[in-house]
Write a protein that binds this ligand. Sequence first.
Ligand SMILES: Nc1ncnc2c1ncn2[C@@H]1O[C@H](COP(=O)(O)OP(=O)(O)O)[C@@H](O)[C@H]1O
Ligand SMILES: O=P(O)(O)OC[C@H]1O[C@](O)(COP(=O)(O)O)[C@@H](O)[C@@H]1O
Length: 305
Amino acid sequence: MIYTVTVNPSIDYIVQLPQLELGAVNRMTYDTKLPGGKGINVSRILNQLKVENAAWGFLGGFTGEFIQQQLAAENLTTDFTKINADTRINVKIKAGEETEINGQGPAITAAASADFTAKFDQLQAGDIVVMSGSLPKSLPESFYHDLIPLIQAHGADFVIDTTSQALLDTLSAQPLVVKPNHHELAALFNVTLADDAAIVKYGRKLLDLGAKNALVSMAGAGAFLITPDQVYKSTAPKGTVINSVGAGDSMIAGFVGTFSQTQDPLKSFATGLACGSATAFSEDLANQAKIAEVRQSITIKQYTA
Ligand SMILES: Nc1ncnc2c1ncn2[C@@H]1O[C@H](COP(=O)(O)OP(=O)(O)O)[C@@H](O)[C@H]1O
Ligand SMILES: O=P(O)(O)OC[C@H]1O[C@](O)(COP(=O)(O)O)[C@@H](O)[C@@H]1O
């Protein structure tokens, strides 16, 4: 069983306009509201792949209710901890380029946090917990790190998708996979990544620090998979990019979903690539048919320096 953890979900409010003029009244040509947050996106893609999963985290207020309703309409299995404050709204502006304004997130009380943590008692050996996204300000920086012993005590694995020190702090506990994009990888080690060799060098460092596998995604330029034995690269398939919000989460879902069924990192990489690009080529996250279509054009090569 895969459990996704979204401690800071969001309504993703996607707005489109021909151009954004700062300091002026701008009019939208299109807008839509989607249930968002990284773990929720992973769960929505796992559902498309028919991989059993449950979404955990915190939801509150009218925004939380909207997300709960949307997920129920997709038959997602959820067990969110209720909070009183409103779940955040993240604004995604599409005006030529994509600009994102993500909220800080609501206050989580100590009681809600304890209620959430108690859920980890039900984990079993072989389960995978995917912890994704930013932490609301009211939770300590060590929140993910503190969950790891609860996961590992049951013989379950974990995947972490966060940035900066919060990510570095979890590597020694051996996450099944981590997936920084190349900008996040550069920021993690405070370097500039000028070419493939530099990306692979710093991607390997993630394994040296403890990660079992690392994906380094590069948006329209594809991704690397670094395993203890091999490095693989794939360019992204060509297509019309409609909305790349959630492409990274989709890639993680594809990788973890297939890994849970096959334990094969290369097959998992192929599914991850298909899910990431299929989402970039869709208005909302990708559906099963789009993923299957894009999967046909994925090619992966072994990378040698
Ligand atoms: N413009 C695009 N065209 C094709 N595939 C894309 C595009 N953007 C993202 N993808 C696919 O999704 C993966 C993850 O996207 P990326 O933007 O790197 O992640 P994140 O959203 O975490 O920054 C990429 O490695 C690629 O396979
Ligand atoms: O928790 P964070 O880092 O603010 O990110 C949340 C945002 O990321 C998303 O999960 C999309 O993430 P990706 O584009 O990286 O896959 C949105 O749904 C959400 O608005």
